[in-house]
Design a protein. Structure first.
Length: 107
C-alpha cells in the first residue's frame, strides 16, 4: 500500500518581505530642486520631456536610462546610491514548504 510512503507537507511562514522600487518622482524632484529643468534632464538623458513627466506619474525608465538618471541624481545631490529614494511596491510572506516523511515509511 502507498499510504505508508505518503509524505505530509506543512507550510512554515517566513517573515514579511518588502520589495522596493526606485521613487522616480522624488529623484526627479530632487534634481529639479537643485535648479535643473525637466528639459535639461531630458536632453542629458536623450529622452523627450513628456517621458520624464510619465516617470513622475508612475512609469519606470528603461534600465540604462534609469542608471543614467541615478548618476545625475548622485552628482547633483551629493548623496550616495544607498540613499536613493525608494518606495515599497509589494509586501509578501514567503511560504516555504517543509516536507516531513512519515516515521513508518518504508524505503
Amino acid at each position: 500500500m502507498f499510504s505508508s510512503e505518503i509524505m505530509r507537507v506543512q507550510e512554515s511562514i517566513v517573515p514579511l518581505v518588502n520589495i522596493y522600487k526606485t521613487d522616480w518622482f522624488k529623484v526627479l524632484c530632487d534634481i529639479s530642486r537643485a535648479g535643473f529643468s525637466l528639459q535639461t534632464i531630458a536632453y542629458e538623458l536623450d529622452v523627450a520631456t513628456s517621458t520624464l513627466i510619465g516617470w513622475k506619474q508612475g512609469a519606470s525608465p528603461r534600465h540604462h536610462t534609469g542608471e543614467a538618471l541615478i548618476d545625475i541624481w548622485m552628482n547633483v545631490t551629493g548623496r550616495d546610491r544607498k540613499e536613493l529614494p525608494r518606495v515599497v511596491c509589494k509586501r509578501a510572506f514567503i511560504h516555504k514548504p517543509l516536507c516531513i516523511v512519515s516515521p513508518n515509511s518504508e524505503k
